[in-house]
Design a protein around this ligand. Structure first.
Ligand code: FES
Ligand SMILES: [Fe+2]
Length: 365
């Protein structure tokens, strides 16, 4: 599975989490990495262990676009090449390097490619609606103490919306995506899986489509916090930190409306930025949910059900039903892709959908 995952770009941090001249530690796919931003503004990611005596590189100094180890001053450029060893003869560092990974920034997120060879073009995760001029972008992240696949499977489970998102306080998401149990259907696309959930609502048929991109990126449309405001395009990535922790990175895009409304929404997102469900773990498991109508509430509801499955859900003991066919489809695709990697045959060439349709429509029944 690690080999399958390494064929993709992974969002690993918010761009704003590392300023020029600063370094920090991140962990992705079970690897500890140093993330730093050079004084040029460019971000770099390399193994967080100095080749000399193995201390953590992120604790050192950023110099220009290079990183100097705190322990004895060995210095590395962004490709991981050692460029200086102050206490050794000059010019003898040529054979010393640490692994470094290609970095790409997109919409305020830092992506890393940790696979072999030349990285794929950065295209699969691009979303046209996020690139429109004037669109309001907001990003946030949470780290949850459970396996990434629980998080990914939850995106392909439209039924949970009718229960999990009705718990505690029913927010705008729970109101608009009603408590009626949907008929679900799933279809594999060039990019991932298209999910359709059809619900009956007061004489209308409500159809909700989401565009899910392999291996773990969900793209949905959700109502805004205030009545009458345009819906928010939301993308959630479920990045494996390691087997028992997931970095959930969210990116939201809303069309700009009036300066006041834009400001209000910006302020709302700012308030939500620091919310971490883990800080409220005991409250949440005791049934105390945040007052917030959208971002914090929906996160909290998903947190309870996903962390509630255990750090790594014991799937041997599950009983799946027909409504779980999105999950079954995902697992079949994962096995297919793992087998391809295992047999050395080409994996699927995943391609972005030109027009990902994420919408909610109402028609007369
Ligand atoms: S451990 Fe990094 S320079 Fe010695
Ligand atoms: Fe959910």
């Amino acid at each position: 599975m690690g080999k399958v995952l390494r064929q993709f770009w992974h969002p690993v941090a918010l761009s704003r989490s590392v300023e020029p001249g600063k370094a920090r530690e991140i962990r992705v796919l079970g690897e500890d990495l140093a993330l730093y931003r050079g004084h040029s503004g460019r971000a770099y990611v390399m193994a967080n262990r100095c080749a000399h005596r193995l201390t953590k590189l992120h604790t050192g100094w950023v110099e220009g676009d290079e990183l100097r180890c705190m322990y004895h001053g060995w210095k590395y450029d962004g490709s991981g090449q050692c460029t200086e060893r102050p206490a050794e003869r000059a010019g003898t560092e040529g054979h010393i390097r640490v692994s470094a990974y290609p970095v790409h920034e997109y919409c305020g997120l830092i992506f890393v490619y940790m696979g072999e060879g030349i990285p794929p073009e950065f295209d699969l995760f691009r979303k046209p609606k996020f690139e429109e001029p004037g669109v309001l972008l907001n990003s946030r992240q949470e780290i949850w103490p459970c396996n990434w696949l629980q998080n990914a499977e939850n995106s392909l489970d439209a039924v949970h919306v009718s229960f999990a998102h009705q718990m505690g306080r029913v927010g705008v998401f729970g109101e608009y995506v009603t408590a009626d149990v949907p008929e679900v259907s799933y279809e594999e696309t060039s990019a991932g899986i298209r999910q359709a959930a059809v619900r009956q609502l007061e004489g209308k048929v409500q159809t909700r489509i989401s565009d899910w991109t392999f291996p773990y990126c969900n793209h949905v449309s959700v109502p805004s916090v205030k009545e009458g405001q345009p819906w928010i395009e939301t993308v959630n990535w479920m990045v494996p930190i390691d087997d028992t922790r997931t970095l959930r990175i969210s990116l939201r895009a809303t069309p700009s409306t009036t300066p006041e409304a834009d400001r209000d929404l910006g302020r709302y997102f700012e308030e939500c930025e620091s919310y971490q469900s883990t800080d409220y773990h005991d409250d949440l498991f005791a049934g105390i949910y945040p007052e917030d109508p959208l971002v914090r509430l929906t996160s909290a509801q998903d947190y309870v059900v996903l962390v509630g499955q255990g750090a790594i859900a014991d799937r041997a003991n599950e009983i799946l039903g027909a409504s779980d066919r999105g999950i079954a489809m995902l697992r079949q695709i994962l096995f297919r892709e793992m087998e391809a990697v295992h047999n050395g045959t080409p994996p699927k060439d995943w391609r972005r959908l030109e027009n990902p349709s994420t919408f909610m429509s109402y028609t007369n029944s």
